[in-house]
Design a protein around this ligand. Sequence first.
Ligand code: UDP
Length: 388
Amino acid sequence: MTSLDSRKSSPRKVVLTAFGTRPELIKLGPVLAEIETRADLFQTVNVNSGQHADLLVPFVKLFGTRIDHDLQVMRPNQPLNLLFAKILNAIDPLLESSQPDVVLVQGDTTTAAAVALAAFQRRIPVAHVEAGLRTNDPLSPFPEEMNRRVITRLARWHFAGTKNHVRTLRNEGVSRADIFLTGNPVVDALNGIGRAECSPALQELLNRTAGLKRIAFTSHRRENFGSRLEENLRVVRRFVERHADTAVLFPMHPNPVVRATAHAVLAGVDRVHLLEPLDYVDFIRLLSESWLIASDSGGVQEEAPSLGKHLLILRESTERQEVLETGLAQLAGTPELFSEMLHSHYWNNVIAVPTKNPFGDGRAAPRIARILQRVLTLEPAPAKQVMA
Ligand code: UDP
């Protein structure tokens, strides 16, 4: 029994949630926790594809996420098509055995796209968290921009973080009735960690770099691999060598290309700290204690405005236009531009500017849980169901 019509008539609705990477769990963790508080209404089946195996561990702990199935699909350097096929293959029996009423995916990863396709082929409705992001360049970010578009076509319900993302979905022909403006649950996650204490190791590094202008740097996007990543790292190196009052803290993504390039260009440079990936509390603390952030990450673009931090986005385009509108972020898509912007920030004395986060108010998770409750049980619509 897999079709919508023939699904069993259990009083509890089965929500199968699939994730595999760090950003997916950061954004789905609060949603899952919220859904699980409604255990009388929902039964959850939580599936980790294993796309980011070890990287996920501290996040599973932080959100207290129960993993029911681990698909363990990751192998070093495997082609995207093989990864996609393995996820499709491994999720299908779970869809058959658990008969979910809805499959919940987030964002734009290979896990999200493969699971959404598998659910669609079994006629199980898909709900998409963080819907409507677009750079409009199919190759950037790669392959995520195409994954997002594909998921939009496959999904039944779309949870958008901002009005802009609602508009994008409408322009692509998605029915207004199927789009919900919820805010992005990354703000829920960020608020959730509150003033949690960072690790002694990070505290020690903060002490050692006290008084210096700290630059938090991350880079892991495929489209930056090669000469772009190398050149950006050379820019960092020259900048730090020239300015004795600066320090760079670079939590490296485990991707071997990132690590090899970082070591080749930056190892042994004074005041450059190459770090292992940080857990969420430490990473957010690092951002908070930084003078400037330079990153090609998607999630960091949402976190920087909450922290009032200036951000140089190491990309040519962004699917998060809203962060540019805060005035805190600028696109630094080429190494030349990155270098220019670093230097102009240096002379212009960057200061933190607390601002309202355009990505949400920290209540996306309860909204999503309530909307799922309504669409799955067909309760009447509440008077106000979207973000103010
Ligand atoms: N992050 C983290 N520790 C790190 C680096 C990043 O917790 O060492 C978090 C960061 O706060 C953000 C998310 O991971 O929310 C971003 O993940 P990533 O940059 O890998 O993916 P993207 O958001 O670009 O898809």
